[in-house]
Design a protein around this ligand. Sequence first.
Ligand SMILES: [Zn+2]
Length: 233
Amino acid sequence: MPPAIIQTKDFDITLVTHPRRVRVTLKVSAKGVFLYIPARLPMNIVHDLISEKSNWISQQLAKQPKPAPERQWQQAETLSLFGQTFELQLVQKSDSPTVTLANDALVLSGRLHRIAIRTRRQAIINWYKDQATIYLNKRTTELSEQTGLIPKSITVKTYKARWGSCNIKGEIQYNWQIIQALPTVIDYLIIHELCHLAHHNHSPVFWQLVERHHPEYRQDQAWLKQNGAALQL
Ligand SMILES: [Zn+2]
C-alpha cells in the first residue's frame, strides 16, 4: 500500500504503516513529517495524535535547515551580503563581466547575451571572494587585537561543507560564503577559529573561551546551522 498523506493547515504528514509495527513513531526532518503507525490503528486516533502534536511539529519544521535556493542568475533574483538582501540587476554593456554594488542591487554588467549562465555565476562568485578576502582579513586583525589570539596566516577559499578551519600551525582558512551572513555570525566564525589557536578541539574550555569573546555565540551558531545550506551559491 502506498503511504497515505494527511494534509493539515500547516503541514502534510506521510503515514507509513506496517502490519508488524506495534508502536507509533513521529519523525520530523528536512524531508517532511512522517508518522509510523501499526496498520490497524483507527484513523480517529491518528487524527487526535496529529492535532495534539501539531504545535510541536510546527516548531520542529521551523528549525529544519533551509535548502539552497535554485539559482538561475537572472534579473531580480535575490542575493545577500552581510545579512542584507540585494536584487541582481543585469546590465548590457560592451565589456567583460563586472560586478558592482549599488544601493540595494548587485549589478552585473557585460555582454550578457553572449555569456553562459555559468560565466555570470562565476563573475559574481569571484566578486564575493574578493569582498570576503578584504573583510575577513580586516575583521580578523581587529578581533585578534581585541583577544590577543593572533593567527599565522589567513586564507579565504571555497569549502563545500565547512565554514572555516584552524590547523596546528595557526593557519586559519575561511569559506568566503560566510560574508552573506550577518556581521555577528561572521564574528562568531572568526572568534571560533581564533579560539582554536588556544585549544585545538571543541572541549568545554574551548567553548568557554568562545563565549568570553563572543557571548551570543549560541544563537549565531544555531543560525548558521539552520541557514548555512542556503548560503551555497
Ligand atoms: Zn571548531
